[in-house]
Design a protein around this ligand. Structure first.
Ligand code: UTP
Length: 294
C-alpha cells in the first residue's frame, strides 16, 4: 500500500531571537538569499517532492510571509502598464506555485504545539514538517523531502525523523539518534532521541535536522503531550510517545543543509546560492580575494 504524502507543514511562528535585531522587524524566514526569501527554498523542496499543499504556521507578526505568497494585483498591473511583462509574470507566478494555507499559532509554545495547529487543515492525511529556517541545496528530483517520503513508505507509514551524520563534536547541538537497528541503506529504527546530549553521552553522530514525516496519528499524541523542556510542547516528546506505540525511524538525506536561523549558517547559504550564478561568483571571489589580502 502506498502511503501518499501530499501535505507539508512549515512552522514559521518562532521569534528568531538568535537573529536579533533584524527579527524585530522582519521574519527570519523572509530573510533574503540572493533574490528569494529563505522559506521559498523550502517551498521549492516541497514542490520537488510533488507536494503542493503547503501550510505555514505563522504568528500575528508574520504578515510578510502572507504578503509574499499572496496576490498583488496593483504591482502586477503597474508592471503590465510599464510593459515589463517579465516582472509581471514573476509577481503573478508566486501565488500559483502551490496551494498555500496559513494557520495562526497564537502563542509560541514550541515546535510540537506549532505542528498541532496544522491539524484543522491537514486532517487525516500524512504530512511532512520542515522547519522554516532549515534549507538544503539539493539536486532536482532528489530533494531530502522526497528521500524522506520514500523512507516513510519503506517503513509502512511510520514516523520518520530526517537528518544527517554530523561531526562528532557537533552532535551536542542537535537531537541525537539512539539507534535500535539498521533497516535499509539510509534508514534506522530508533530506540530514542536525546536532545542536545553531552558529548560523552551521545550514542551516535546521527542528528535530527529540521525535517520529519508523520502519519496523522501524531496529532492525537500532540494533543496529549504535556509541556516539556522550557515549558514548551516538544515535538521530540511526541515522537517518543509514538515510537513506543508503533515505532519510529531515522532516515538520512544526501543534500547539504544550511541552518538559516543562525547568522553564520545564513551567510554561508547566501554565498552558496550566489556562487551558482557565474557573474556573482566572479565578482564575489574577486571581492573576497581583495578582502583576505589585507
Ligand atoms: P527554532 O527554535 O529554530 O526557532 O524553531 P525560533 O524559536 O524562532 O529561534 P530562536 O531560537 O528564537 O532564534 C524551529 C522552527 O520552528 C518554528 C520556528 O519559526 C522555526 O522555523 N517554531 C518554533 C514555531 O513555529 N513555533 C514555536 O513555538 C517554536
Amino acid at each position: 500500500m502506498e502511503h501518499k504524502v501530499e501535505w507539508a507543514v512549515i512552522p514559521a511562528a518562532g521569534r528568531g531571537t538568535r537573529f536579533l535585531p533584524i527579527t524585530k522587524g522582519v521574519s527570519k524566514e523572509m530573510l533574503n538569499i540572493v533574490d528569494r526569501p529563505t522559506i521559498d527554498y523550502i517551498v521549492e523542496e516541497c514542490l520537488d517532492a510533488g507536494i503542493k499543499n503547503i501550510v505555514f504556521i505563522v504568528s500575528n507578526e508574520k504578515e510578510d510571509i502572507k504578503k509574499y505568497y499572496g496576490e498583488d494585483k496593483k504591482f502586477y498591473d503597474e508592471m503590465i502598464a510599464a510593459k515589463k511583462d517579465e516582472y509581471a509574470e514573476i509577481i503573478d507566478s508566486i501565488p500559483k506555485k502551490a496551494n498555500f494555507y496559513y494557520v495562526l499559532q497564537e502563542e509560541t509554545l514550541g515546535l510540537g504545539h506549532a505542528v498541532l495547529q496544522a491539524k484543522k487543515v491537514v486532517g487525516n492525511n500524512n504530512f511532512v514538517v520542515c522547519c522554516g529556517d532549515d534549507i538544503t541545496d539539493f539536486i532536482k528530483g532528489k530533494s531530502p523531502i522526497k528521500e524522506l517520503v520514500e523512507a516513510f513508505n519503506k517503513v509502512d507509514g511510520k514516523t520518520i525523523v530526517g537528518g544527517k551524520k554530523v561531526k562528532h563534536e557537533e552532535i551536542v547541538k542537535y537531537g541525537c539518534m539512539d539507534i535500535l537497528r539498521k533497516v535499509d541503506e539510509n534508514i534506522y529504527e530508533l530506540k530514542g532521541i536525546v536532545e542536545k546530549p553531552k558529548l560523552e553521552e551521545a550514542t551516535s553522530d546521527l542528528a535530527s535536522l529540521g525535517k520529519w514525516v508523520f502519519n496523522p496519528r501524531i496529532f492525537g499524541i500532540l494533543e496529549n503531550t504535556p509541556k516539556g523542556k522550557g515549558g514548551e510542547i516538544q515535538l521530540t516528546d511526541a515522537i517518543e510517545i509514538i515510537r513506543k506505540e508503533e515505532g519510529a525511524y531515522f532516515a538520512s538525506f544526501e543534500a547539504t543543509r544550511y541552518d538559516c536561523g543562525d547568522k553564520l549558517g545564513y551567510l554561508k547559504a547566501v554565498l552558496n546560492y550566489a556562487f551558482k550564478n557565474e557573474e556573482y561568483k566572479k565578482g564575489l571571489l574577486e571581492f573576497i580575494e581583495e578582502k583576505t589580502k589585507k
